[in-house]
Design a protein around this ligand. Structure first.
Ligand code: SF4
Ligand code: SF4
Length: 385
């Protein structure tokens, strides 16, 4: 199959954050220092080369950007200051926009105004719906049970609807990723049973983010703080998602504390709050190289998350201390922040929660398929060079 060259691709990627790709002169120092590159997955040098050559279709089918965890060591090492670490981050943003079939992701990455206006629109729509329901069917002075402003069975159905929309987008996009990488991008046979054999890789990488923890091993550091914080943030997010999708009716009861569910809510809140403050502080202070250049969508992500956490804590305190009107109003504001944040997930950075474990899964399948096939094994270094 002929591969189309897009000489404008390098300029297009500028909009996703990669500004210095042309400076690269292919010395390869970045791949030498990268803790995750090997002879099968040679990055970031290979990605820089494909970009300089304008091989857009080829990059579309690669997994390498997802195998990078942005430790920044390649950028520190680069003699040309071509910033390969930031280029890999930009490629991840670009790939998210390619997997997305709606075009929303692309519009968000290209214009912060479009993203902010969409968030405001969804927030107002959510607020209007909840206020209309509350004032039509309930009493703002009642939090739960009969006559409640936002009764738990209504909130539960509302949460499940948002969750279903989110799931549909993510599943379609994940399918498109599989098709690009494992069908169009894999030019050797992959036995079907390898998908079953390697399936454990999905939960393993999702829940441990093990490769991220190994980012600093070349520097001899035992613990990599961004990994630890990121893990806490992710586990907090997943725990909270399970609580609101499954246990919201128990969570909303009160005013007494229901320890069997609230203890998980408190732990998740600690993880979310610590993670959000850490990342906002990091982006201001730029003490890690990966925070040096924050894309607009990264800021929207953490600011919205911070609002969700603060309004969630406030609403909980108001409810438990008997300030019911305040609790109901804060609940509406909380959902006005949470719904746009959740619905933008498949189109922006947080989609890596799904794409990264998938990439690890696909990468291990491809690796074993290459290992098993002598002919492919001999040919593969030439194919990927
Ligand atoms: S990005 Fe920098 S270190 Fe990597 S190959 Fe290019 S010039 Fe060399
Ligand atoms: S940022 Fe770190 S993991 Fe990513 S390519 Fe550079 S050295 Fe490798």
């Amino acid at each position: 199959m002929a591969i189309r060259v897009n000489p404008e691709f390098i300029n297009e990627l500028d909009r996703f954050g990669a500004e210095d790709v042309q400076l690269c002169y292919q010395c390869g120092d970045c791949s030498t220092v990268c803790p995750h590159a090997d002879e099968v997955y040679r990055f970031p040098r290979k990605s820089m080369k494909l970009l300089q050559m304008g091989l857009e279709q080829k990059i579309e089918t690669t997994l390498e950007p997802w195998l990078c965890y942005y430790c920044g060591q390649c950028s520190e090492q680069c003699p040309r200051e071509a910033d390969p670490g930031e280029t890999m981050m930009s490629l991840r943003r670009w790939l998210i926009s390619k997997y997305d079939f709606t075009g929303i992701s692309r519009a968000f990455y290209k214009s912060r105004t479009v993203e902010v206006l969409t968030i405001i629109f969804v927030a107002i729509l959510t607020g209007a719906l909840l206020l209309y329901y509350g004032f039509t069917n309930g009493n703002i002075g009642i939090y739960d049970g009969e006559g409640a402003f936002l009764p738990s069975h209504f909130v539960h159905r509302f949460d499940l609807s948002v969750g279903a929309i989110l799931l549909v987008f993510l599943l379609i996009n994940a399918f498109r990723m599989w098709k690009m990488v494992m069908v169009r991008g894999t030019n050797f046979p992959v036995p079907w049973w390898l998908y079953i054999k390697k399936f454990y890789q999905l939960p393993w990488h999702f829940f441990t983010q093990k490769r991220y923890s190994e980012c600093e091993k070349k520097r001899g550091h035992k613990i990599y703080m961004p990994w630890l914080i990121h893990l806490g943030l992710m586990l907090g997010y997943v725990t909270m998602l399970v609580l609101v999708m499954v246990f919201v009716e128990l969570l909303q009861k009160g005013p007494e504390i229901r320890w069997e569910v609230h203890v998980f809510g408190y732990l998740a809140t600690i993880g979310l709050l610590a993670g959000t403050i850490y990342f906002i502080r990091g982006r201001f202070k730029k003490h890690y190289i990966q925070y040096k250049k924050s894309h607009g969508t990264d800021w929207v992500f953490v600011i919205l998350l911070f609002m969700i956490v603060i309004t969630g804590i406030s609403q909980h305190i108001f409810h438990r201390t008997g300030l019911i009107e305040m609790a109901n109003i804060t609940y509406v504001i909380h959902l006005m922040s949470a719904v746009p944040w959740l619905l933008r997930m498949p189109f922006t950075k947080w989609a890596h929660l799904v794409y990264r474990p998938l990439a690890m899964y696909f990468a291990s399948i491809r690796r074993e398929a290459i290992e098993r096939d002598t002919a492919v094994k001999e040919l593969y270094p030439l194919v990927i060079k």
